[in-house]
Design a protein around this ligand. Structure first.
Ligand SMILES: Cc1cc2nc3c(=O)[nH]c(=O)nc-3n(C[C@H](O)[C@H](O)[C@H](O)COP(=O)(O)OP(=O)(O)OC[C@H]3O[C@@H](n4cnc5c(N)ncnc54)[C@H](O)[C@@H]3O)c2cc1C
Length: 396
């Protein structure tokens, strides 16, 4: 595997850097806040809109649907540079999840209607997969859709729906046939959140943020035209989407940046007058983390190299999901360990005029530690990913 970049790719890197420098002052200050609790819809969309104006918002989309036509290496460079510059990420629900499902399986009409609005950020999408009692065992979902002429009537509940409070649309897995094998009776529907009968109720998480919701459906009328692909074939489209979700979760470039920050903190923190980074125990933990991260990066590069030859990641993306999220969690653990009790006062939101009791770099460390526990649960829990690897990759 050749890991060097061509002069054209280096020129592209320079273009990305210049764009980021120009974009940075246009982003709202609250994006730098330690917690997501204070973010508005406009905050989330600010980076998306700047990327859209440049034609760079949907790196994985084919050019014919509005993607930038980047090679795999260009995508890698863009991710690296954005992470190094600590730029925000775009939300995955439209760009990485339902968008690819629509351009791969949707009708021409659906492509024309939804794709441009995902790109521009006009439509905010959320993901209606999980239900109470149907998370890991997703195929047991019970939200029911019954055909009534040109419509489906939808009844049921989705849960853990990320940022549904801002959503214009929800893509949902619904049960259309309860009398067959669970996987064979599921349909993929696109539902306008303004439809009468939909109620969104917040779930407030441990760090006080409103990140997730319950979404209730009470006789919600959805046009049959909003069905993606065939009735009862939704499981195929659902699985296609999950592979995309898991690849994006690895977050290698961002973890590298976060390890750099961790090392800066460990250089500044002193133990008996000696920088923490120079103590044997902590130095070993950081070294182990860096080794794991390097291994993950090479695994990701191998996946990208395959992709550049036209072979999309399949169940192997579960490996990236497990290791990527374990590393993200480990970074927050070690950061908390490094700053000790100064990790705890984290409720100092943007606009607060109170000084933190400890160093600035400690602010939010506990909040991030607790918040990152979610990473081994969402996108399919890590235990479930291990089951997938055991069956589909190792053939056990
Ligand atoms: C922050 C956050 C955001 C989320 N956002 C969304 C969203 O936007 N849309 C959406 O649809 N969903 C979302 N989810 C839901 C997420 O996909 C589910 O939480 C996840 O699939 C696990 O399902 P569950 O919570 O029902 O846990 P369960 O399935 O009940 O699992 C409980 C525990 O048992 C383990 N377990 C279960 N079955 C097995 C097995 N067969 N073998 C070994 N271990 C097993 C699991 O690993 C887990 O540790 C989100 C979750 C979180 C935490």
């Amino acid at each position: 595997m050749d890991l060097s970049f061509s002069p054209e790719e280096e020129a592209f890197r320079a273009e990305v850097r210049a764009f980021i420098e120009e974009a940075r002052p246009k982003l709202p200050k609250s994006l730098g806040a330690p917690e997501a609790a204070t973010r508005t819809k406009d905050d989330y969309l600010a980076w998306h809109k700047l990327l859209y104006a440049k034609g760079w918002v949907a790196p994985i989309w084919p050019k014919e649907y509005g993607g930038p036509g980047w090679s795999v290496s260009q995508r890698f460079i863009f991710n690296q540079e954005s992470a190094n510059a600590e730029m925000p990420t775009t939300l995955p629900f439209g760009l990485s999840m339902v968008g690819p499902v629509i351009f791969s399986f949707g009708s021409d009409e659906q492509k024309k209607t939804y794709l441009p609005r995902i790109l521009s950020g006009e439509d905010w999408w959320c993901q209606g997969y999980s239900e109470p009692g149907a998370g890991s065992d997703l195929a047991s979902l019970r939200t029911r859709a019954v055909r009534d002429g040109d419509h489906y009537i939808v009844n049921g509940q989705k849960t853990w729906t990320t940022l549904a409070q801002f959503a214009d649309w929800i893509f949902c897995l619904v049960r259309t046939d309860p009398n067959v094998k669970p996987q064979e009776g599921i349909t993929f529907l696109l539902i306008d959140m303004k439809t009468p009968g939909i109620t969104v109720k917040p779930i407030i998480v441990l760090d006080g943020a409103h990140e997730v919701n319950d979404v209730f459906f009470d006789n919600v009328k959805v046009p049959v035209a909003n069905r993606v692909g065939e009735e009862n074939k939704g499981w195929t489209y659902a699985k296609f989407l999950l592979v995309h979700e898991r690849t994006g979760i690895a977050g290698t470039a961002r973890s590298k940046k976060a390890v750099e920050r961790l090392k800066e903190i460990a250089r500044a923190e002193l133990v008996d007058g000696k920088p923490l980074i120079e103590t044997d125990a902590f130095a070993r933990k950081v070294a182990e983390l860096e080794i794991e991260l390097a291994a993950l990066e090479f695994t990701e590069l191998r996946t990208l190299a395959q992709e550049s030859k036209g072979k999309m990641a399949g169940p192997e993306s579960s490996i990236l999901k497990i290791r990527g999220t374990e590393i993200q969690q480990r970074i927050t653990e070690l950061t908390e360990e490094a700053v000790g009790y100064y990790a705890f006062p984290y409720e100092r939101g943007m606009g607060s005029n109170e000084y933190p009791p400890g160093p600035d770099y400690a602010v939010g460390a506990a909040g991030r530690y607790f918040n990152m526990r979610k990473a081994s649960i969402y996108g399919g829990s890590n235990e479930i990913q291990r089951n997938i690897i055991a069956k589909a990759v190792l053939g056990l």
